[in-house]
Design a protein around this ligand. Structure first.
Ligand code: PHE
Length: 466
């Protein structure tokens, strides 16, 4: 007997779960960092254009493919487009697998800093502590890294284990409100700091002279990562939506919330950084620098109520990461459930266990394990990707997400019939502002050209999104 397929209990539950997938380390870790490196203002504006012109149409495309077929990535693409397209779904499942393997490791760092900040809140920030050295010690401590990522993997597995409604949706309903409240508290505190004016100007006052051509591609590449597009996560979440809800409205809400949260996180971090004279020169040398090296000590020297907000900030990072890791595991597990008929509990444990083997590789990439910490496939010189962790990140961000996204766009725009896509997007639930013809134009022309240019830039010009 086949079990009844999972579905969301309500539209709000679905929107929270999908927003939870979108909001993650991309918003709190990557976006502030790339905004910093690309000189703010003009880059942020370009990013917003990419989100609306490319991210939003592809979000609708993925959700509609999922809902139409009621199948996860592989089955959905096979049914909606054709048997060979199952390979694109498989590419997405593989991408989810690899992404989850190292994403879990970064998520684990938030647990470390949560426990550290709790300690500092009670006993004071140790005078003279070298934050950079502390970070270096924790990432290179193999036992600690394995423990942290094992803890995070178990949390992810135990949620996906309980299924769509009782696992994923239930956690999203609790986590997202917590995340919003913590961000709001941090925002109030940050806006009161002396650097907030400078931070707002840096983020929102565009200066196009500071915009490099590669920034446009970076903004575009990031819009995939941050919206969880290009690897079937939204196809899978879309497959649990019922017919009475509007995909158009849901997409707009998810995209809007993800964008607002990324901007708020950036305002918070930059307000803190600009409040400390000379701090600008110290951040920005590495992606992890801002989140795990500069910020922890600033909570204790600069931020009002930092004793409380410091630990809360790392709770925020962990919660945001968790609602993303569950969507990644769901992509992999739902493939095994839908395509190979494996029962959910067993499928979740199998997939979670298999991914964890690769998480071990990622967790040990910063200790001195040979090969894992030294392998070198991509990049040269300063840009060399050394070790399994960086190699996997590079492969996913530069190759897997853009190629997967390109294929999905082409599938929805050129290989599915007009009736098939129109039937999902235009019905009694569609909002009045939505014009199907506009969506079709963007998904057929704008999105493929934009995403195609990312792939060309990666292949021919060595642009790097990782
Ligand atoms: N969107 C997540 C983030 O911003 C990452 C992610 C990508 C999650 C793809 C699921 C699928 O951190």
């Amino acid at each position: 007997m086949t079990e009844q397929r999972g579905n969301w209990s309500s539209n709000a539950g679905f929107i929270l779960a999908a927003t939870g997938s979108a909001i993650g380390l991309g918003n709190l870790w990557k976006f502030p960092f790339i905004t910093w490196n690309n000189n703010g203002g003009a880059f942020v504006l370009v990013y917003l254009v990419c989100i609306v012109a490319v991210g939003l149409p592809i979000m609708m495309a993925e959700l509609l493919i999922g809902r139409k077929t009621q199948k996860s990535a592989v089955g959905a693409l096979k049914e909606a487009v054709g048997p060979l397209w199952g390979l694109v779904g498989g590419w997405g499942v593989l991408c989810g697998f690899i992404l989850l393997s190292y994403y879990t490791v970064i998520a684990g760092w938030s647990l470390f800093y949560f426990s550290k900040t709790i300690g500092w809140s009670f006993s004071g920030f140790p005078a003279g502590l070298d934050s950079g050295a502390l970070f270096g010690e924790q990432v290179s401590n193999a036992g600690l890294q394995l423990g942290l990522s094992l803890g995070f993997s178990c949390a992810t597995i135990s949620i996906v284990y309980f299924g769509v409604q009782r696992g994923i949706e239930r956690i999203a309903r609790v986590s997202l409100p917590i995340l919003f409240v913590i961000l709001l508290l941090l925002l109030f505190s940050a806006l009161g700091m002396s650097g907030s004016g400078e931070a707002l100007a840096f983020i929102f006052r565009p200066d196009f002279a500071k915009l490099e051509p590669s920034s446009i591609l970076e903004a575009l590449g990031h819009s995939f990562f941050t919206l969880s597009l290009g690897m079937g996560a939204m196809i899978t979440y879309g497959s649990y939506i019922d017919r009475n809800h509007s995909i158009v409205k849901a997409s707009a809400v998810i995209v809007l919330l993800d964008t607002v949260i990324a901007l708020v996180a950036t305002v918070i971090m930059f307000s803190v950084i600009f409040s400390v004279p000379g701090m600008e020169d110290q951040v920005g040398s590495s992606t992890v620098g801002m989140l795990f090296i500069s910020l922890p000590e600033l909570f204790y020297s600069e931020v009002p109520f930092g004793n409380i907000l410091g630990p809360l900030f790392y709770v925020l990072v962990a919660v945001a990461a968790l609602t993303s890791t569950i969507s990644l595991l769901e992509v992999v597990a739902s493939y095994i459930i839908d395509e190979h008929g494996v029962e959910r509990h067993k499928a979740t444990l199998m997939c979670g266990g298999a991914v964890f083997v690769f998480t071990i590789l990622a967790a040990l990439s910063f200790s001195d394990v040979p090969i894992l910490s030294t392998m070198h496939i991509f990049g040269d010189g300063d840009n060399a990707k050394i070790g399994w962790f960086s190699t996997a990140d590079h492969f996913v961000s530069n190759w897997m997400l853009p190629t997967g996204g390109f294929a999905i766009t082409v599938a929805a725009g050129w290989f599915m019939t007009r009736e098939a896509t129109e039937g999902e997007l235009v019905d009694h639930t569609a909002p009045a502002w939505f014009k199907y013809g506009v969506w079709r134009f963007f998904i057929r022309f704008v999105a493929p050209i934009a995403v195609g240019s990312i792939i060309i830039a990666v292949i021919f010009f060595g642009v790097d999104f990782s």
